[in-house]
Design a binder for this molecule. Structure first.
Ligand code: UDP
Length: 233
């Protein structure tokens, strides 16, 4: 597999074309940002951890029947993926109140939601990823009705699979963000699943084991990312 030119650089990853037009190489960086890029920093070896963790979770989801862009791990920081066109939506799944939901609804962090909450945001940094509903999604043609139904079904199934998996590792899945892409006309899971995109709390102590340690300057950032991977492997 030959790595060609970089076609995209985001906050945490770079994407490269390859000699196979249907495959991309994703390279995970150590760079960390929060609050829509206002806070910038770096978490040592985050790229290595997020690459491994995403690979492991994509494999788990594939085995459970969820189509993903994941092909194989290539190196410490690189994975081979299907060349998808990313839908401009962030799909957020919430089991427990935290972060922006707590603020918006005046809920203390840790309040268990009586039903799983699904939210959608329009992926647009300049606008600060505004929340959108089904009507906005259809009116703006972010996704078709059929595609949105598939997104919802996959997001809820992924939540059940990941909740059970993390619980067995003594981690509570509080909330997480997914991104999907189109490959040969089909909706498949893309992007990453890592402590950058999930909130994970230790079952016994409720210690935050995710990017909130960086966002909120809670300390032990590197150690915590390492510990999450250690529990999963
Ligand atoms: N999230 C993410 N990228 C974003 C926004 C949110 O990965 O651009 C994840 C975040 O890590 C958390 C969940 O989605 O696990 C819900 O985030 P929330 O809306 O509470 O926003 P935050 O408080 O993280 O800004």
């Amino acid at each position: 597999m030959e790595k060609f030119e970089m076609i995209y650089e985001g906050k945490a990853k770079k994407v490269y074309r390859t000699d196979d037009e249907k495959k991309y190489i994703v390279e995970y960086k150590d760079d960390a940002t929060a609050f829509n890029g206002l806070k910038k920093g770096s978490i040592r070896d985050k790229g290595v951890i997020n690459n491994k963790m995403s690979g492991l979770l994509f494999k788990l989801l594939e085995e459970a029947g969820i189509p993903t862009h994941f092909e194989t791990i290539l190196s410490d920081r690189e994975m081979l993926v299907k060349a998808v066109k990313i839908l401009p939506l962030e799909v957020i799944v919430r089991n427990v109140a935290a972060g922006s939901l707590s603020k918006r609804l005046g809920l203390e962090e840790g309040v268990i939601m009586k039903e799983t909450v699904l939210e959608f945001s329009y992926k647009n940094d300049e606008l600060g990823d505004p929340m959108v509903n089904d009507y906005h999604i259809f009116a703006m043609e972010f996704a078709s009705k059929e595609q949105l139904n598939i997104l919802k079904e996959y997001a809820l199934r992924i939540n059940e699979i990941l909740k059970e998996f993390f619980l067995a590792k003594n981690l509570k899945l509080i909330d997480f963000k997914l991104e999907f892409g189109l490959f040969e006309g089909q909706v498949i899971l893309a992007d990453e699943i890592s402590p950058d995109t999930c909130r994970l709390w230790d079952v016994e102590t409720n210690k935050k084991m995710d990017k909130d340690r960086f966002r909120r300057d809670l300390g032990d950032v590197e150690e915590t990312y390492q510990e999450v991977l250690r529990r999963l492997e």
